[in-house]
Design a protein around this ligand. Structure first.
Ligand SMILES: Nc1ncnc2c1ncn2[C@@H]1O[C@H](COP(=O)(O)OP(=O)(O)OP(=O)(O)O)[C@@H](O)[C@H]1O
Ligand code: SF4
Ligand SMILES: [Mg+2]
Length: 331
């Protein structure tokens, strides 16, 4: 059984110009011990998808308009009252934001902040929570951890702050960690260390991780399966090797074609020609059609194509293109 099953998720943002359907019918599963990567251009709904899981919209006028978020043994998070969901946060699933400062209280020493997470969920005393916080800082390889416990967030470097946030995310040993571009703001060496840390956690404890990233090199290195998102929908999903080595959706192919050389390290997504459509009034049919070199008349009719397997594709490798075959000529 999957640890997480997202079914037909729809999330809307109210904006002055109308309702943006940031997540519009997204379904995917995350298995126990799996690292699942999500990639796609800026504004395609990656964060909205992941923030929906724990309803962490940070004050934005957002709501889950439909679908299910089934967490094994816990239930449908989409239908859960806020009070109950507050118990799930941190305990069953934890979120790591791109900017660690969003997750930290600037007026509280980091040791106390980590201890608070433990005290909120476990029946332990202050001294025990503090000892656990110290151990967590050691676990995430913070140097001089005793001293760091007494520091305020602004006294730490960006890399150290993100380690503190990860320590808080790991504090209750959640089965799922959702990391939204956790290393984008950090330099390359620190990025590598942080990603290794997350991977080690998966390897040692079987923690599942959803990782949003702009870097296909990161996906290639540490993810097991991945999804490519476009304009509020998934357009391709499958095992990383299959999607990157044999991409079948024209959007994925265009993304990969825009990359110089092989997918190695530091392969940030390069913009492809044209702009993604409005999420307030998306075009009919396939949302990629205005930019797709393969588009035919029927691409722009009806509902967007659903994810489906292609003849001969590896099990679980799905894409959302109506063409039976996508030739290389126009890719
Ligand atoms: N605070 C907000 N208010 C109104 N609309 C929003 C807000 N945040 C997101 N949206 C809408 O949701 C869409 C998806 O945003 P989201 O943040 O999920 O994109 P993303 O894929 O994470 O992009 P990025 O790579 O830049 O982080 C946006 O294009 C926008 O239409
Ligand atoms: S459905 Fe049509 S427009 Fe969309 S990706 Fe396939 S060929 Fe391109
Ligand atoms: Mg985002």
């Amino acid at each position: 059984m999957s640890l997480l099953s997202i079914r037909d998720l729809r999330t809307e943002f109210q904006s002055p110009s109308g309702i943006a359907r940031a997540v519009d019918g997204v379904s995917f599963d995350v298995e126990p011990g799996e690292i699942f990567g999500i990639v796609g251009e800026s504004g395609c709904g990656k964060s909205a998808t992941c923030r929906s899981i724990l309803r962490l919209f940070g004050g934005a006028a957002a709501r889950i308009a439909g679908g299910q978020i089934l967490l094994d043994g816990v239930g449908d998070l989409a239908a859960m009252p806020e009070r109950q969901l507050a118990q799930v946060r941190g305990r069953d699933a934890a979120f790591i934001f791109q900017d660690p400062l969003t997750a930290l209280n600037p007026t509280m020493k980091v040791g106390k902040q980590i201890a608070e997470v433990i005290l909120r969920h476990r029946k332990v005393g202050r001294a025990e929570a503090r000892a656990a916080a110290l151990q967590l800082l050691r676990d995430v390889q913070v140097t001089s951890p005793e001293r760091r416990l007494e520091a305020y967030p602004h006294e730490l470097s960006g890399g150290l702050r993100q380690r503190v946030v990860i320590a808080m995310a790991l504090a209750l040993r959640p089965r799922l960690i959702i990391a939204d571009e956790p290393t984008t703001a950090l330099d390359v060496t620190v990025q590598d260390q942080i990603l290794r840390l997350l991977k080690e956690r998966r390897d040692s404890l079987g923690t599942s991780i959803i990782l949003i990233t702009h870097d296909l090199g990161v996906v290639s290195q540490i993810c097991d399966r991945m999804a490519v998102m476009y304009a509020g929908r998934l357009v391709e999903t499958g095992r990383v090797r299959e999607v990157l080595d044999a991409p079948s959706h024209p959007y994925t192919r265009a993304l990969l074609a825009a990359l110089p050389g092989q997918v190695g390290r530091d392969r940030a997504l390069t913009p492809i020609e044209g702009a993604p459509p409005s999420l307030i009034a998306p075009p009919p049919g396939c949302r990629f059609a205005p930019r797709c070199a393969h588009a035919v008349a029927r691409c722009t009719l009806g509902d967007p194509p659903p994810l489906a397997p292609r003849a001969g594709a590896a099990p679980g490798h799905l894409d959302a293109c109506i063409l039976d075959e996508v030739s290389d000529a126009a890719a």
